[in-house]
Design a protein around this ligand. Structure first.
Ligand code: SIN
Length: 302
């Protein structure tokens, strides 16, 4: 299989617009995706800067904006997020900042051994009718090492499948369910086909989505399944589906598809859930990690 052109445009760049009010430096993280960016301050970013950020996200899928102000406030942070789209509020999570219900806190104390939020390959909220679009994460207190976020480029994962396999998956849907909430999707005995009649409450936590997804802004195609929430391919038996999904998870999570983005103090990261999956690594026992997350509502996948 020929792959030589897939990585080509991802070289270090300055911002394309020479007349812009900022000067951006971009360092790619890996051949697959990801970039560290300096020169975009989330408290002063103007419309040209937001457009530049979208351009960077289309290319790199996840970008870490370095050198943010150490005194970044929750208000500034939420205002920045609101410039990227409609902020979602999670009705099931107690907000750490009462005035900003849209900000979710992901805080692990140094001695915490409980569930690691995001510690499974996933794209945000794919069990929803409108899964996550962009997600923003501010590392307010990050460990000196460890606690990195892993990503997989799902556009690359789709592109590098064989034509025959793509043909089989194209036009087919997969059921996504919020199994992470302790719910099992109410489907199929062994051998049944996935055609599910959800009760009302399940409409909230399980939805079918196309396996090949088209990005609404770039038109790029992505593989849209993930290990945390994708439970069964429509029209396949449970056994068939399990085998195909496991292959797709393994393919997308193979090293050449992935990038490991390393946190530093004063960093705000943005990623595009339409084109990626991610995994929060819990390897920082003994250190505190204090993150604040904003979710931008996405669209119904097509
Ligand atoms: C998440 O999955 O939203 C959290 C990612 C992280 O904490 O690195």
């Amino acid at each position: 299989m020929s792959m030589q052109n897939i990585w080509a445009p991802r070289t270090p760049v300055q911002n394309a617009d020479a007349a812009a009010s900022f000067s951006v430096e971009v360092s790619p993280v890996a051949g697959s995706m990801g970039a560290y960016v300096t020169g975009l301050d989330v408290t002063t970013i103007d419309d040209t800067g937001i457009a530049e950020l979208h351009r960077l996200l289309h290319t790199y899928k996840a970008v870490m904006l370095r050198q943010q102000r150490p005194n970044l406030s929750f208000g500034d942070y939420a205002s920045f997020g609101a410039r990227l789209g409609e902020l979602a509020v999670d009705p099931f999570v107690e907000p750490p900042i009462a005035e900003h219900p849209e900000i979710m806190g992901l805080i692990r104390e140094a001695d915490d051994t409980s569930y690691n939020f995001g510690g499974d390959w996933h794209s945000d909220g794919t069990y929803l009718e409108r899964p996550g679009g962009l997600t923003v994460l501010w590392g307010k207190d990050v460990p000196p090492f460890g606690g990195d976020t892993l990503f997989a480029n799902m556009e690359l994962a789709w592109e590098t499948l064989s034509p025959a396999f793509k043909q089989m998956l194209d036009g087919r849907r997969c059921l996504h369910a919020a199994t992470g909430l302790g719910q099992k999707a109410p489907i199929t005995r062994k051998g049944d086909y996935a055609s599910v009649n959800f009760g009302q409450e399940l409409d909230r936590i399980a939805h079918f989505h196309p396996i090949k997804r088209t990005h609404p802004e770039t038109g790029q195609r992505a593989l849209f399944v993930n290990q945390a929430y994708s439970v069964q391919i429509e029209g396949c038996t449970e056994d068939e589906s399990a085998g195909i999904l496991q292959f797709l998870f393994d393919w997308a999570q193979s090293p050449a598809m992935t990038a490991r983005l390393v946190w530093e103090p004063n960093t705000v990261m943005i990623w595009d859930n339409r084109a990626t999956t991610h995994y929060a690594i819990a390897d920082y026992g003994g250190f505190r990690r204090e993150m604040y997350r904003l979710a931008i509502t996405g669209e119904v996948p097509e």
